[in-house]
Write a protein that binds this ligand. Structure first.
Ligand code: KG4
Ligand code: ZN
Length: 336
């Protein structure tokens, strides 16, 4: 069964055709990131306008690359939540028009569930149940994935998401948006013990995260040095900050795994591309005898192959939208 997936929740306009939730036949992505860099972050208005300009061509290319016509597609999956509302609306309305005109079912797909599905297209053997660390620019969750469409949030961030913390710290160091990737590259050259940073915990909530204190600590370190006219080594700052963020993520995730007696651990979301996080979790899982899955780096960031994959499982679970489907800016991953 071939599904067309459409993604427009942030600054990527993407479309993809995936067969039976697992085999990627095409994967087209375009992004307004170069323009967003001028502003140091995503300007929603710019993202929406670029989606409107690109979406028809992106979808057409996804069908062409997969060598299929719309008649051979069995359903249209689209990210309807969560995300930037104006950006989401472009994808939702395009998908609605296409589904209506071609008389195909319309499948609403949750963006974070799709991030989890990036693992299904990477490792065709992976099946729920498992415990997943979902870390992106907007969310940091520990989720029990009971089935493809049934999830429970075990832990979440109380303030900034991990990706947001990386981006804000990187911006203070003068790196372009999105800073997470540049910081990861720079950190590979530095000493993770050069600067002592806190490992914030949330009292009585061992699986919850808090990154804002950590972000403030690195920003203060940089500003204090600047006031004294001292330039701190960027690679050491990056390495120490990355080490602290990854420490917090790994500690809570491993604790949840132990407490809930999970044997399969999975990561997803843009931050799952982080080299240290991947290495640390692989080693920890080896040590504890857990099976560990991580998405192919090509599917860590926003894409539509993950949307088409998740839409397949939503479709099998009869999650079909009517034509009054709307975009939703915030929606928990366990909404249904
Ligand atoms: O999942 P994603 O592409 O978009 C959202 O749904 O938010 O995540 C984007 C986030 C950004 O904050 C970006 O800096 C971060 O993922 N990111 C990374 C890395 N690659 C992307 N953070 C740390 N290390 C990386 N290698
Ligand atoms: Zn995302």
């Amino acid at each position: 069964m071939k599904i067309l997936g459409i993604e427009s929740s942030c600054d990527e306009t993407a479309a993809s055709v995936v067969e039976d939730g697992r085999v990627v036949l095409s994967n087209v992505i375009t992004s307004s990131v170069e323009e967003q860099k001028l502003y140091g972050g995503v300007v929603p208005e710019i993202a929406s306008r670029r989606h409107a300009e690109c979406i028809s061509q992106v979808v057409k290319k996804a069908l062409d690359d997969a060598n299929v016509t719309i008649d051979e597609i069995e359903a249209v999956g689209v990210t309807h939540a969560p995300g930037l509302i104006g950006a989401l609306l472009v994808g939702v309305n395009f998908a609605k028009g296409l589904a209506y005109a071609s008389e195909k079912p319309l499948v609403p797909t949750h963006h974070l569930r799709s991030h989890i599905a990036s693992n299904y297209i990477t490792d065709t053997e992976l099946k729920p149940p498992f415990l997943c660390l979902v870390v992106s620019g907007g969310h940091s969750h520990i989720v029990r994935v009971n089935s493809y469409t049934n999830m429970e949030i075990v832990g979440r961030t109380r303030d900034d998401a991990a990706g947001e913390a990386f981006d804000k710290a990187a911006r203070t160091m003068g790196m372009p948006y999105p800073g997470g990737i540049s910081m990861d590259i720079e950190a590979e050259k530095g000493d993770p013990f050069a600067f002592t940073l806190p490992r914030p915990v949330v009292n009585d909530s061992p699986y919850d995260f808090s990154f804002s204190g950590l972000k403030t600590a690195i920003i203060n370190t940089i500003h204090n040095a600047q006031q004294k006219g001292i330039e701190l080594p960027k690679e050491d700052l990056c390495a120490s900050f990355r080490y602290a963020v990854v420490d917090c993520l790994v500690t809570n995730f491993m604790k949840a795994a132990e407490d809930f007696k999970e044997d399969t651990l999975v990561i997803a979301g843009g931050v799952s591309a982080n080299s240290l996080l991947r290495r640390r979790l692989r080693d920890e899982c080896n040590k504890h005898g857990y099976k560990f899955f991580m998405p192919n780096k090509a599917y860590c960031g926003d894409n539509a192959a993950m949307v088409a994959s998740q839409a397949y499982y939503e479709y099998l679970d009869s999650n079909i939208a009517q034509y009054d489907l709307n975009a939703v800016a915030t929606l928990p991953i366990d909404y249904r």
